[in-house]
Ligand binder design. Sequence first.
Ligand code: DX5
Ligand code: ZN
Length: 220
Amino acid sequence: MSSAIKISPSILSADFSKLGEEVVSLERAGADYIHIDVMDGHFVPNITIGPEVIKKLRPLTKKVFDVHLMISPVNKFIKDFADAGADIITFHPEATDNMSETIKIIKDKGKKVGVSLKPNSKIELIKDYLERIDLILIMSVEPGFAGQKFMPSVLNKLIELKEIIIKRKLKIDLEIDGGINFDNCNSAKKAGANILVSGSTIFKENGGDLKKNIGLLRSN
Ligand code: DX5
Ligand code: ZN
């Protein structure tokens, strides 16, 4: 795990009528990754985009596509997202009846494996798989919508995971997603997060000055 903080702006808060331009602007503004939220109206109560859109965005940037799948059952769609150009494929344990198989499908496509824990999901759900995953995405809101309020109670999970990672000498990135702003980003970093996802703060604060907002999340 690298100690430098990475910023992964969520395009959920972008203007979907000019999504390609928005992705290019994020790259120019200093984004490390591009966070792509995929929702199916079944695993979460909202619908966003699928692999076809990701495929169209792929030629526009070399940035890592950090794809957060909030869809269930997840296995049958992984190949499509991998082929569309996802670099990291993150799924929720509740969205599969066979975690081991889901991890294998992602790895067989040569992609990085992420698992995501909702605010009430316990570390126990993933603890047997830590040797095989690259990233843990801690949700600090209930998945489904941008612009919700950060839940500080999830920071304990980050602290606990960071301890496990150090103790077991694992190489796992810790990413936090939901309600991240200029005030709480430091507590997330202190708790162990090395990748910050942000939608509303990056796209809406300071008149939508992407560069300034990405910089502030990195330095605050
Ligand atoms: C929520 C998504 C988040 C969300 C982040 O289900 O996973 O990525 O879009 O948006 P903000 O930063 O506005 O909470
Ligand atoms: Zn997300």
